[in-house]
Design a protein around this ligand. Structure first.
Ligand code: ZN
Length: 316
């Protein structure tokens, strides 16, 4: 007899998506959500709750709750069972006052504080970002040198900074994302997820993700071989991606994206948003600590995956 799966309902693996809202509009991500809903998958969509009146050179294409029609779109996703999460107050840096307004707006709009948060781009209000994502001294200095940002640029976790909001993150938000990896199965990389990080206490619990910057990378990550391995290893996959980056063409989901998601939905997976998935993983652990050896290994793997990704980018 086949052994029962380790996830609710006898599912053999867990799969979900954390969709960072960069470049997203109802037109260019709506069809992806319709497809996911049809397939019985529920995932997590981040939002920017407030506008960025000063403008943004890089991120201008994405919408916020202040754009006409966008709140109705987000409301329809929430009503369909998608989880709404935080991706910073807006597309550019926010001082505390704007973060407070954004969190209040989020709560007023959804009826609750965000369960989860992921830092966005080069916002100065990002918490523990840049080299502060990691602790290994050598990796920190190499990463810092590659970023071309002054030391202490990211200040969301720094009390007395104009960008400080770490206390609100700790008060209101359960899960914060830190490192992302090339592996489709996070159980191999970060089995102790979600975890407490004593060096980053303003995130109550931290999680990792499988990295897919855009639709091309999403298709590469979720090839049939990787899907089969995720299922065989009874693993966990939380894809960090941007549905706004190339998932739809002329109002329709790209055929290869549609084929891979359809195949995933036909496997015996548990397809719930990030919040409930992390709640479940947490409930199955005795401790919330991250073993030192696991953290050391995560940092090296993250660095290796980052270098590989940058090389691929240079070679294309
Ligand atoms: Zn972003």
């Amino acid at each position: 007899m086949e052994s029962p799966g380790r996830y609710p309902g006898g599912a053999r693996f867990a799969f979900t998506i954390f969709d960072d809202t960069d470049d997203a509009t109802p037109e260019n991500v709506g069809p992806v959500y319709s497809l996911l809903a049809e397939l019985g998958m529920r995932t997590t969509k981040t939002i920017w709750p407030v506008a960025c009146p000063e403008g943004s050179r890089i991120f201008f294409a994405g919408q916020t709750l202040d754009d006409p029609g966008y709140p109705e779109f987000i409301r329809s996703l929430a009503a369909a069972g998608f989880e709404i999460a935080f991706h910073s107050a807006t597309m550019e840096s926010s001082e505390r006052e704007r973060v407070v307004a954004a969190l209040d707006r989020f709560r007023e709009f959804t009826g609750a504080w965000p369960r989860s948060h992921a830092n966005h781009g080069h916002n100065r209000d990002n918490l523990y970002w840049g080299a502060d994502r990691i602790d290994h001294p050598l990796l920190r200095s190499l990463y810092r040198a590659s970023l071309h940002k002054p030391a202490n640029f990211y200040q969301g976790h720094v009390p007395d900074s104009p960008f400080w909001w770490g206390d609100l993150c700790q008060r209101d938000i359960s899960y914060v994302r830190n490192l992302s990896f090339a592996d489709v199965n996070l159980s191999r990389v970060n089995p102790s997820m979600p975890y407490r990080d004593e060096r980053r206490p303003l995130g109550r619990l931290w999680f990792s993700a499988s990295d897919a910057e855009n639709a091309d990378e999403f298709v590469a990550l979720l090839n049939e071989k990787n899907q089969a391995r995720l299922e065989a290893e009874q693993g966990v996959c939380i894809v960090a991606t941007h549905f706004g980056k190339g998932f739809c063409r002329d109002g329709a989901v790209r055929a290869d994206v549609q084929a891979l998601l359809t195949s995933m939905a036909q496997r015996r997976g548990w397809f719930v948003p990030v919040g409930p998935l992390l709640d479940f993983l947490r409930s199955r652990r005795d401790s919330e600590t991250l073993p030192q050896h696991e953290w050391r290994r995560m940092q090296w793997r993250w660095a290796r995956d980052l270098v590989a990704r940058r090389l691929r980018f240079l070679l294309h």
